[in-house]
Design a protein around this ligand. Structure first.
Ligand code: ATP
Ligand code: MG
Length: 571
């Protein structure tokens, strides 16, 4: 590709509506153009990267035995009604009506369509298992599209679905996919960590997310991990080993005491001269329009995804002060669980409350607490708390660390959630109808492109891993009006092309500095500069990942050979 012909213009400045580095760089280097919030055109350079990621995904998925298909992006409401998700998916599902007034939607995911397609095709256990996948556009009307391609509304996903006759066979395939995912991301030049996660609206039990770990805020997930063993989990799923022995407030008898001006747990702990873990805190929520009170030890916080799962809610928000009066007949900051009408209000106890003795509890009266309280005998405890860094690993009891992660893929054991709802069955060996046991496996293809940039960039631009770079080599003649330089550059470019090494020839009549700047911004892994040294038969060979002065002067033949090796070894 001649740079003069490339449909791309780099910008002098970063866009001012971008926070994430990948977003800034993708726009400035000309990879993407915004059409609307969360909706972008992938320009030729981006499309090349996406194709490379997609081809790696294809390669590895095909190797695993999965088969590629392509399902409709525009879908009728019927399949969604059949699975029961038409009414629960919420506003992320963009709905519209066709000219005959049929309800339709833009696909945010494809469980419904694949389940009905498989049910239409496979009736016997003899044809199972299967695993099918596609690489396709999805649309989700995300509440907060942000960070460019990291959380778009329209984005590209690889989604795979597997169908089995037993849980054991699903688990076998799950392991195959886990290995396939590790291979895919590795080939893309990305280190990922597979962390345990919450299965959310998709359903099912076991799931893992593939995280690119970053220190930046654009990693939207907190990942807890143990440095001594393998344990790692998304914050919405992480657990820690909590010592619940001997958490004793030391109060000798239960009584109500005045606790004025104690707005926070810390204020209250100081005022009563106890540790925060001797206070049983109540946090009140509205979950799908129903009141919920969550009781948790004072030094811990509620993890809202866990809470949503525990009560089976899709949406959750803190109660307002007026609702605390209305539903709980209590006062914000002084809530107990003892006086609520349990037929109307759900009360949950976090595991951290187990073992608390003679503790402090709200008295349901403003400025008053109960001290020396104890829990009733028949309480059930659930895990609804957020892990904190430094708490102990649930497996080996060493302190946990936390970092940010970008989720580039995930794998789920779905079970029979969709097949049961949609009555999608096969006949088993005994002629009985059984629902398929399913798994699903996603990769954010466009998000992976952005995650690679989050991981690999510097002050000057993107540093593409060779395997997913839009082009491998940028051949830059310093002065295009110099006949020798231009001829050599053209020769190198032609030689690279004939070796199927993807090269760009920067034949623009610009100052060399401008061309170097663009080369760094766009992030070609290799730059070959043809300048004055050509009089000695030498060109400059430089890797994007090395700093400025680390260039070598070599012959064009050696430069081509080096390119060949790098592309061959993908480094
Ligand atoms: P998230 O928690 O980030 O919203 P998700 O759990 O909704 O992700 P899935 O529905 O399982 O994700 O989709 C599979 C993959 O698609 C994700 O692992 C992620 O890489 C990608 N993905 C999901 N939502 C988006 C989005 N809005 N923009 C870009 N990629 C996305
Ligand atoms: Mg999502």
């Amino acid at each position: 590709m001649k740079m003069s012909k490339l449909f791309n213009k780099t910008l002098r400045e970063f866009p001012n509506d971008a926070d994430a580095m990948s977003h800034k760089l993708l726009v400035r280097a000309g990879f993407i153009k915004k059409l609307a919030n969360g909706i972008y055109t992938y320009m030729p350079l981006a499309q090349r990267v996406l194709n490379k990621i997609s081809n790696i995904v294809r390669d590895e998925m095909n190797l695993s035995g999965a088969q590629e298909l392509l399902m409709p992006f525009v879908q009728p409401a019927e399949v969604w009604k059949k699975s029961g998700r038409w009414n629960v998916y919420g506003k992320e599902l963009l709905r519209c009506n066709d000219r005959h007034d049929n309800e339709m939607c833009l696909a945010p995911t494809h469980e419904e369509v694949i389940t009905s397609t498989v049910a239409d095709t496979i009736t016997s256990y003899k044809d199972l298992p299967i695993n099918v996948y596609q690489i396709q556009t999805k649309f989700r009307d995300e509440i907060r599209p942000r960070f460019g391609l990291l959380r778009g509304r329209e984005f590209i996903m690889k989604d795979a679905y597997s169908f089995h006759t037993s849980q054991a066979d699903l688990e076998r395939e799950y392991e195959v996919m886990a290995q396939t995912y590790t291979n895919i991301f590795k080939r893309c030049g990305l280190d990922t960590k597979a962390v345990q996660s919450d299965s959310g609206a998709i359903g099912g039990n076991v799931s893992h997310e593939y995280m690119v770990l970053t220190d930046t805020m654009v990693g939207e997930n907190d990942v807890f991990y143990c440095q001594s063993c393998d344990y790692s989990a998304n914050s919405n799923h992480a657990i820690s080993f909590l010592n619940v022995e001997n958490v004793d407030g030391g109060f000798e008898k239960e009584e109500i005491v005045d606790t004025p001006n104690t707005k926070t747990i810390d204020d209250l702990a100081k005022f009563l001269n106890v540790k925060p873990n001797c206070i049983l805190k109540a946090v009140a929520y509205i979950a799908d329009s129903k009141p919920v009170v969550a009781m948790i030890r004072g030094d811990k916080e509620i993890e809202e995804t866990k809470l949503m799962n525990a009560v089976g809610a899709l949406e959750i928000r803190p109660m307002e002060d007026s609702e605390i009066v209305e539903y709980l007949n209590s006062s914000a900051g002084f809530i107990s669980y003892r006086n609520v009408d349990k037929s109307k209000v759900k009360v949950l106890f976090d595991k951290s409350a187990k073992g608390m003795k003679n503790f402090v509890l709200g008295a349901d009266i403003k400025d008053k607490h109960i001290v020396g309280a104890n829990l009733e005998d028949n309480i059930e405890f659930v895990d609804i708390s957020l892990v904190k860094e430094g708490e102990l690993c649930p497996i080996c009891k060493k302190p946990l660390k936390v970092t940010r992660g970008i989720e580039v893929g995930n794998i789920f054991q779905l079970g029979t959630k969709y097949s049961k709802a949609m009555n999608a069955c096969y006949t088993d060996e005994n002629g009985e109808l059984k629902p398929y046991i399913m798994g699903c496996y996603g990769i954010g293809v466009s998000r992976t492109m952005a995650a690679a940039i989050e991981k690999y960039h510097d002050d000057f631009g993107i540093i593409w891993p060779v395997a997913i770079a839009p082009y491998h080599v940028d051949v830059v003649p310093v002065d295009i009006n110099d006949k020798d330089q231009m001829e050599t550059a053209q020769k190198i470019y032609d030689a690279l092309n004939s070796l199927k090494i993807e090269a760009v020839l920067d034949d623009r009549d610009y100052r060399a500095g401008v061309k170097f700047k663009d080369a760094d911004l766009i992030g070609f892994p290799i730059r070959i500069t043809v300048g004055k040294s050509i009089s000695e038969g030498l060109v400059e060979f430089k890797l994007r990942k090395d700093n400025k002065d680390k260039m070598v002067k070599i012959t064009p033949t050696d430069a081509i050979e080096k390119c060949k090796q790098m592309v061959l070894n993908q480094i």
